[in-house]
Design a protein around this ligand. Structure first.
Ligand SMILES: [Cu+2]
Length: 152
């Protein structure tokens, strides 16, 4: 009986580690920035473009500003916002930064703000992963692993 309980406790003590590994999210304790669910669209070809999406949660009482992103898989990366023009055509525009206000979450998503990946070094296929570094004006850079998938 005791052996069974001990075994159960041993198994339970592993569970939080398993979940932590699966969460695919990163928190920097001292800044309180938490980046979740980074993903990118597949590209049509190498030299093509893609866009990366993720959510940034600011658990702190201070505003943070995302100023750029970097990845070895793309020669040129810009922060973009999407909008629909007067004729109903979807367009996107380069933006200088993305503010993540204290205590709130900013979600980069299709049709909204995104991280534009220009001039890819290699084609991005569903299931591929790459590292993306996020650079903040007032916080340490954070690197997240982005998974390539199709979706909205
Ligand atoms: Cu764009």
């Amino acid at each position: 009986m005791y052996k069974k309980i001990l075994l159960l406790l041993a198994i339970l003590s592993f569970i939080p580690n398993i979940f932590a590994a699966d969460l695919n999210s990163k928190t920097t304790q001292h800044t309180g920035l938490e980046i979740t669910s980074p993903w990118a669209r597949p590209s049509m070809s190498a030299q093509g473009n893609s866009a990366a999406y993720l959510a940034i949660k600011n658990n702190s009482d201070k505003d943070y500003k995302l100023i750029s992103a970097a990845a070895t898989i793309a020669n040129n990366i810009e922060l973009h916002n999407s909008f629909v023009d007067q004729t109903g055509v979807s367009r996107m525009i380069k933006i200088d930064n993305i503010v993540i206000p204290a205590g709130s979450t900013i979600t980069l998503a299709p049709g909204k703000m995104h991280i534009m990946l220009f001039e890819l070094q290699k084609a991005l296929n569903v299931g591929d992963k790459f590292n993306l570094q996020l650079l903040f004006e007032n916080a340490d850079p954070q690197t997240v692993e982005v998974i390539v998938k199709s979706g909205n």
